[in-house]
Design a protein around this ligand. Structure first.
Ligand SMILES: [Zn+2]
Length: 356
């Protein structure tokens, strides 16, 4: 369907993905600004780590679309491909629209083929109020049994209720999955600074599309809304993206209800801010838990990048979260383009209308 050159935007590796993204941004006639956030650490190959941000179109525009990739590190391959493809394809934007492309929000995780960041934090559980008391770890027993292999992965993967409790987010055990941290993470601070530059109160509408992978059917791009049922922004999500929007609170999503989501930061900025997660499925819950547990175990020690076992675990992570398969990449690219086009059309009145 797509020429293989078009699929070259896919890369499982941070450095290559970043080079492609920067290359596209530097040669685009509509990139008005390229800035970003330098990470304090270096990658496994000694490479510089950065969350790069490209601003396309009119910086003062009243309508804004924000595309985010790599919040979950290793998932960055999919979002990066959609972002670079977008910058390569568009030679102009509708009037009064600015598109902000946030590349590799967790660059350490992307470069290290981890889902978490350098402090073991799951960024998508980190947006909580740390001055308030933190919720208990409801899945602690379940986690201990999983980590010690007392409980079979298959059983948890097939029990949706157990999986949802396990993945809802916890703030007690830094060496366990879905750990939300004890303070705002580096990536969260990037988002807070970005919002400061954006000045949401000066804009009429903002649509954030946060690109992930790992949950749901192979190649399917699910649009997930975690907006409260009675919020105006939920109506915007349904108006803009239609019946493909799923909602964890209704049980229609492959994702369960969660604590500390990235969504919640943007929800709090006003009713004119609509946030959706674009989640691309790969090989299912069971295989996901298998690769994540293996990587979690590996991270208990200092990672030896020369070791064959390390590379095996890391390649399994990359192959799970960004499969190097033409049919998956084609599905992803088609859906990615479609979702961005729906967002842009809604802002310019050529499709569904926002906020009516
Ligand atoms: Zn994710």
């Amino acid at each position: 369907m797509y020429a293989s050159a078009i699929l070259d935007v896919f890369s499982q590796r941070y450095l290559d993905a970043r080079n492609q993204f920067i290359g596209a941004a530097e040669t685009s006639p509509i990139v008005a600004k390229l800035n970003g956030f330098q990470h304090p650490l270096k990658g496994p190959k000694g490479e510089k780590l950065c969350c790069d941000v490209a601003w396309l179109g009119d910086l003062q525009a009243k309508q804004v679309v924000i595309l985010v990739s790599g919040l979950h590190g290793v998932e960055g391959g999919v979002g990066s491909a959609i972002q670079t493809d977008f910058i390569n394809r568009y030679r102009r934007l509708p009037q009064d629209v600015c598109v902000i492309v946030v590349h590799a929000l967790n660059p350490w995780g992307f470069a290290s083929a981890c889902r978490n960041d350098h402090e073991g934090i799951d960024i998508n559980r980190n947006f909580v109020d740390f001055s308030a008391s933190l919720p208990e770890f409801r899945a602690e027993d379940l986690w201990q049994k999983l980590a010690s292999s007392e409980l079979d992965i298959e059983i948890v993967a097939q029990d949706r209720e157990q999986f949802d409790v396990l993945s809802e987010g916890q703030y007690s055990e830094s060496k366990a999955l879905y750990y939300g941290g004890q303070q705002p993470s580096w990536s969260r601070q990037c988002i807070e600074q970005l919002a400061g530059q954006l000045k949401p109160e000066t804009r009429d509408s903002i649509i954030v599309i946060d690109i992930h992978s790992g949950l749901g059917p192979y190649g399917y791009g699910e649009l997930i809304s975690d907006h409260p049922m009675d919020s105006p922004a939920r109506d915007i999500a349904l108006n803009v993206f239609g019946a493909t929007v799923t909602e964890p609170v209704l049980g229609t999503s492959s994702s369960g209800e969660k604590r500390g989501l990235h969504d919640y930061f943007w929800h709090a900025l006003g009713d004119h801010v609509c946030f959706v997660t674009l989640e691309f499925g790969t090989f299912g819950y069971q295989e996901m838990l298998r690769v994540l547990l293996a990587d979690q175990k590996l991270q208990q020690q200092v990672t030896d990048w020369q070791d064959d076992e390390t590379l095996e675990v890391k390649h399994a992570m990359q192959d799970f979260f960004c499969p190097d398969e033409k049919q998956w990449q084609e599905l992803v690219l088609f859906r990615g383009r479609q979702v961005i086009e729906m967002a842009l059309a809604s802002l310019t009145g050529s499709g569904n209308h926002v906020g009516e």
